[in-house]
Design a protein around this ligand. Structure first.
Ligand SMILES: Nc1ncnc2c1ncn2[C@@H]1O[C@H](COP(=O)(O)OP(=O)(O)OP(=O)(O)O)[C@@H](O)[C@H]1O
Ligand SMILES: [Mg+2]
Length: 257
């Protein structure tokens, strides 16, 4: 599902043998606006979408889904331990949730620090179990006590997950494929994934499932050198494009904190 099924709208116009120019003249909607709507670049221009639907005699509810959220996946990554991945993940999640955005956090670290920070007990329905069974992650989501934040918890058994994944087919894309149904459901605005402090197969999986990668790093020489090396290693092995950003989390903490 998508917010606006613009391809369908275009097909209906073509089926009725109406040109974009004719539609513009008949509805009073600007020609360039029609072009933008039909290519999905203006999926929220409701007033004009309504005019087009009325003229083409299409029920707007068939092609427009206002509650659909264009879910983006963002992960925190750095194989250096203790640099602020989990703190950043929970901080971003709570700030976004306070803004009214729907958030799913996924704990990708067997230490369970993110799960604990949301006060979640151990569960059979954990991220590692889903990855191992290659099952749709929708069935592993649990609510937290915080409004707008759901979670998929980690389990300590995830420490040996990499060994179990090693012989699987397409082993670097398992998370991407089991997360896809959650993304396509369009319920969440952001899915935030915390990773473990390793260059693990699970982390490669998580990067391959992400639109954005955020690297918290202390701006000290060894740390910077380390993550530059590792960044090139990880980015060379990713199977899809994603955006990378680094944040100096620990250095920006107020001195009094
Ligand atoms: N901005 C910050 N400034 C100072 N200390 C911080 C900051 N963010 C986190 N910390 C502290 O640094 C420590 C490590 O943070 P955190 O657990 O988030 O790192 P991590 O990268 O997730 O660690 P790990 O690799 O073990 O999972 C914690 O004690 C946390 O309270
Ligand atoms: Mg952590």
């Amino acid at each position: 599902m998508v917010k606006l099924d613009y391809a369908r709208l275009k097909n209906i116009r073509l089926e009725q043998d109406i040109t974009q120019k004719e539609l513009a003249t008949a509805t009073g909607v600007n020609l360039s606006t029609i072009k933008q709507i039909e290519t999905g670049r203006s999926a929220t221009d409701l007033e004009n979408i309504e005019k087009l639907c009325a003229y083409l005699e299409v029920d707007i509810n068939e092609i427009y889904h206002p509650d659909y959220h264009d879910t983006k996946v963002l992960c925190m990554l750095n194989n250096k331990g203790g640099c602020g991945k989990t703190s950043l993940c929970s901080g971003i999640a709570t700030s976004m949730a306070e803004l009214g955005l729907r958030i799913l956090v996924i704990d990708g670290d067997g230490q369970r620090n993110l799960s604990s920070s949301f006060d979640m007990p151990r569960s059979e329905k954990n991220f590692g179990a889903a990855v191992l069974a290659e099952q749709d992650l929708n069935g592993y989501i649990q609510p937290t006590k915080f409004e707008n934040i759901d979670i998929i918890v980690a389990d300590v058994s995830m420490g040996t997950l990499d060994m179990a994944l090693f012989t699987k087919i397409s082993r670097e894309n398992i998370v991407r494929s089991i997360l896809r149904p959650v993304v396509e459901r369009g319920y969440y605005d952001y899915i935030l994934i915390d990773t473990n402090p390793n260059l693990s197969l699970l982390n490669f999986n998580i990067v391959n499932a992400s639109n954005y990668v955020l690297i918290p790093a202390q701006p000290a020489s060894w740390t910077a050198w380390r993550w530059c090396c590792n960044l090139s290693r990880v980015s060379n092995r990713t199977t899809r494009p994603c955006r990378w950003a680094a944040s100096s989390s620990i250095a920006t903490m107020p001195a009094t904190a």
